[in-house]
Design a protein around this ligand. Sequence first.
Ligand code: M6R
Length: 607
Amino acid sequence: MCGIVGILGKGPVAEDVIDALKRLEYRGYDSAGIATLENGHLAICRAEGKLRNLDQKLARHPLKGHSAIGHTRWATHGKPTERNAHPHSGKKVAVVHNGIIENFRELKEELIAGGAHFLSETDTEVVALLVDRELRAGRTPAEAVGAVLPRLKGAFALAFLFDGEDDLLIAARKGSPLAIGLGTGSTYLGSDAIALGEFTDEIVYLEEGDWAILTREGVEIRDVDGAVVTRPVIKVPAAALMVDKGNHRHFMAKEIYEQPEAIGHTFGHYLDLGAETVTLPDLPFDLAEVANISITACGTALYAGAVAEYWFERFARIPVSIDIASEFRYRETPLPKGGITIVISQSGETADTLASLRYAKEQGQKVVAVVNVPTSTIAREADLVLPILAGVEIGVASTKAFTCQLATLASFAVATGRAKGVLSQEDEHRLVRALIEVPRLMTEALKLSPEIELLARSLSKAQDVLYLGRGTNYPLALEGALKLKEISYIHAEGYAAGELKHGPIALIDEKMPVVVIAPYDRVFDKTVSNMEEVAARGGRIILVTDPKGAELAHVAAMQKLILPEMSATVAPLVYSIPVQLIAYHTAVIMGTDVDQPRNLAKSVTVE
Ligand code: M6R
C-alpha cells in the first residue's frame, strides 16, 4: 500500500525523506508528498504521480526543515491527484497515512456539522481534522492523538507532524506495519525498515495497537490502552536494509536472475545436504498426526500454495483444501479437527491473508506461515514460521518469492510425507537429491533469456494469451498469465489443459498465442492432444518442455523452449524461470513500467 517516512534530523531532512521514500516506492506510486517545519510552521509539498515529480518540485521550491514526514501513495479513497496526495493537514497538524479509515464517512459528517471544510476526497483528511480540533481545544499533541486513535476504525498506520513542534513526531500502528529507527541525536520512522537502512541499524518494530512519541532523544511507546511499554531494539545489519538493481535494468530482472542463489539459500535452511534429509524447526504440533491441510493466500502466493496442494497430497496423502484468502476469511469454512492451516505471503502483511490466519486460529487450528518478511504481522501471529529467505523483493511482480515459497513448501511436504510414513527414507533421499539440483537447473533455464526475448517480440503484439498446464504446471499456467497481465497489460488466462475443450477453445484463432507448460511426464500425451486441438484451430503454440517432450510433440505452428531434463517434482520451480522471462521481456518491449506496473502495489494491506 502506501509508504510512510518520518525524520527528526540534525539538519535539513527533505533529501533524506525522498531517499527513504524511494525505497518504499514499491508500496505505491500514485502521488507523493512531504511536510516539514519551516521556521517552526508546517509547510507541505505534494505532487501527482511518481516520487521524481515531487523531487523536481522540491528542487524548484526547496524545504529546509529539520523534521518531516513523507508519503508515497497507492490510492484507495479518491483519485490519484495532487489534491488527494498526502500529507493532509489542519492548521496545527499534518498527517500521512497507510491503510483505510473505515468509519471516515460518519467522522466526516460529524466534522462538517462542526463547521470543518474538506479539501480532498480522502479518508485521511478526517484524521488530520479530528486531531486539529483537539489541538485547537487546547490539548497537547499526545493528548490529541490519544483522544482520536480510539475513534478510528480500520487497519492503518499514521504519522503526525505538529506546527510549532520541531522535536516531535507521533506514529500509530493498527493493522499496518511501522518501524522506528534510532540514531544519535536523530530518530526515524518508516513503513518498512528498508526505508531506514541509510540512517541506522537499530530498529524498533511497533506492535499491533501501539502508538509512539518520537523525539531526537528516542521514543516512548504506548500500547492500545495508553500504558507505556518497552519494545525490543533489534540490530538489523545495514546490508539487509540496502536495495539496489545491481547491473540490471529492472529490479524484476535482478530478482529473476537471483533465483538460483536465493533457492540455494532456502534449501540450505531446510535440507541437510549430507544426510539428504529435510530439517524443519521445532513444530508446535505433531506432523504425523496432521489429518488435513487448509492453504490460503492471495495472488502469486496462492499459486505457490496450489502447487503445494499436489505435493502434500502425493507425498503425505493428506487431503488439502486451498482457498483465496479474501473468500476464505468470510466463507465461515468449518475447519476440520486435527488439521493445520498454511498461510503464504511474501510481505506477511496482506490484509486478507492476515484475516484468514486469525480466522483459522479462532477455529482452533495451528497456523503455519510461509513468509519472506520475518518481522511481519503474519509471521508474528502464526504458531510456526517457515521463512522463505528470498531476501528483499522490490519488483511488484513477485518472482523469487514465488520460487522460494515453492522451495519451502516442497521441503515441508516431504517432511510431512516422511512423518506420516508415506515416504520411505529412500524416497526422502531421492526427493532431496532432486531438490538440490534446482539452483543448477535454474541457471540453465536462465540461458533461454535471449531466445525468449526474440519470442516476446511477437507476443507483445498479441491482445490475449492463453497459458495451459496439467498437474503442478496448471498453477504455473495461472502464475504465467498473472505475471503477463500484471506487467505487460496484455490480457492473459491460465487454464488446466484438460479444461480447454469445455469453453476456452472458443477463443482460439491464428491471433491467439497459447503457452503450453508441459515437461515430459505422465500426463504429457494428454497435453499433446490438447495442443493438437489448438493447432487444428490455427492457434500459435509456444511449448515449454524438455528434450524428450520436444522430440515427441509434433504439432503445427509451434515454437519450443527447451529446458534440461529434471524430476517432475522440481519442474514447477525451474519452469517458473521461462514463465517469468516471457512476461518480463514482453513488458520491456512494450515499454511498460516493469517494476511499478500501473494500479498495483507490492503489499496489499487493505481489503
Ligand atoms: O505479500 P503477499 O505474498 O501476501 O502478496 C500477495 C499478492 O498481492 C501478490 O502475490 C501479487 O499477486 C503479486 N503482485 C504477484 O506478482
